[in-house]
Structures are given as C-alpha cells and as structure tokens.
Write a protein that binds this ligand. Sequence first.
Ligand SMILES: C[S@@+](CC[C@H](N)C(=O)[O-])C[C@H]1O[C@@H](n2cnc3c(N)ncnc32)[C@H](O)[C@@H]1O
Length: 305
Amino acid sequence: MAAEVVELLGGRDAVLDMTVGAGGHAEALLESGVRRVVGLDRDPSAVRSARERLSKYGNRFEGILGRFSEPPAGPFDGVLYDLGVSSMQLDRPERGFGYRVDGPLDMRMGGDGPTAAELVNELPEQELARIVFEYGEERQSRRIARAIVRARARRPIETTDELAGVVAGAVGRRPGGAHPARRTFQALRIVVNRELEELTSSLPRAVGLLAPGGRVVVIAYHSLEDRIAKRFFLGEPSIRVLTKKPLRPKPEEIARNPRARSARLRAAELLPEAGELEGGSSPRAARRGSPRASGPPRSNREAAA
Ligand SMILES: C[S@@+](CC[C@H](N)C(=O)[O-])C[C@H]1O[C@@H](n2cnc3c(N)ncnc32)[C@H](O)[C@@H]1O
C-alpha cells in the first residue's frame, strides 16, 4: 500500500519506518521528498538489505537494528508500521516461516528466543490448542494439537514440511481453499516473535515520538493486529483518527501482489494541543517513559472495543 503511505506521510521532514524490511516503503517516502527516513527492523538481514538498497540516498537514510517496542528517540513527523513478515523472510526456506517451502521450523525474525520447533515439541497439548485457537483463529485447534502431540511422540517435528503435513493430515485439505496449515503457522509465528506484545507496547511510544501534527500509520495483515491498532487509536485522547474505516489495497495491487490482499491500513494524527496534555498516555508522558503511557487500557479504550 505504498501509494496510500506516500499520500499520508509523503513530503514530511523526518519519518520513522518501524518495519523497514527490504526498504520498499522507505524508498517510496524518500522519493516523495521526505528529508530523512530512519528504518528500524529486528531482522539483521533486513537492515542489511535496506541499507544496501537505500545507500544512494546517503545520510537521508539510516538503518537501525532493533525491536519497535524500543524505538529510537524522536521527534518524527511520521511513524510507519508495515507489520508481519516480509516476502524475503517467507521465501527463504532456512528461516522456517513458510508452509510452502521446506526448512527448519524456526520462525524467529530476530534470531533470538525459542524457535517454533521448540514450542511445537515441548508445549503441553492444551497450551498448543490455545495458541492455535487464539493466535491462528483456527476452529480446529484441538484436533491439530492432538495430531501434533501424537506425531511428536514418534519423533520430534523439525521441519516446516513435517508440521504442514501433520496439520493437513488432521484437518484435511479443502479444494481451492487456503492451505490447511496457514492459521497454525500464523499462530506459532505470532508467539515466537511476541508480535502482539510488541505492537501493544510500541504504539503509545510511537505517539510519544511524534512532532505536532505528526502521523502514525499501521498496516496490519490479520485481525488480531488490526484490532490492537483500532482500539489504541480509538482510546488515545492525544490523536485524531484519519481513517474511519481501514483502507484496503486496490484490486490492481492485489493482482500484482496477492500477499497484500489481507492488508488493512489505519492512520491517526497527533492533535496540535496534545503536546500540552499532562499525564495519561500523552506524548509527553510517553516520552518520559511514564508507566501509564504503555499501561493497561483505560475505561474509554475498553468502551471503544
Ligand atoms: C512486511 S515486512 C516490511 C516490508 C517493508 N515495508 C518494505 O517495504 O520492504 C515487516 C518487517 O517488520 C519486521 N518486524 C516485525 N516485527 C518487528 C518488531 N517488533 N520490531 C522491528 N521489526 C519488526 C520484520 O522483520 C519484517 O522485516
């Protein structure tokens, strides 16, 4: 959704791209006249690729390795999240994200923490079922968890093909439907990378980094992340929501890039008077690192849900 991102953030002074990946959005922003883009990613190979691709912009681009729950210092006129995994990660078998390519069952974006194989081979059946249900929104989660536990009793599940086969065997394939392991893989990836916790703690910090009139843009690819962004935007008093309904990719974009089909973009803008608010999750409080800035939802956030 590069065109929509440029429409919302193009031409601004400084933008923080929280998920720079291969640098596609960062490049579009630099081309639109953004003076400086800081590109963050937790994946060292993404930061390397972005630095290489954007080296022609000299010091207008800076690539930084890190998680967006701990962003660099602001202020910025725009903050962008393009969540999830990149095509670069999905298509490299050795990263273990894809159910269509065989590789070790890894799924770590940053190479730290437990792998998907460790979760699949060590978690109790009930916990596996909960994860697959909650984070994969998979109705057949119990059946899948049972099949995993049976399979791993014979020998550990170590590759993406092995896991995809166990899941497909448990729930069957629907002709013409999505791959039967899609939701299970999504669930494991979310847990391995603590994706929902990352986003929940990052959004208040992002607002805290905004200069007056600054904008935050979130592109989500599944309803769990989209819901976190939606609720945060509705409950945050220092911002004005710019997208009453999320923007969806145009049919031409989906035809060019089928992975874009589930994208939903939400955007919000810091209110001019927000810099003067005290306490709560005001930008000032967030900049100071106030615990309330990233704390639990307040009652108006809950009402917005
Ligand atoms: C969909 S890709 C971004 C693609 C990018 N917009 C482009 O145009 O090439 C998402 C990227 O976000 C990174 N990422 C995911 N969660 C992150 C986090 N918590 N902190 C930093 N980077 C993260 C991933 O490693 C991946 O490279």
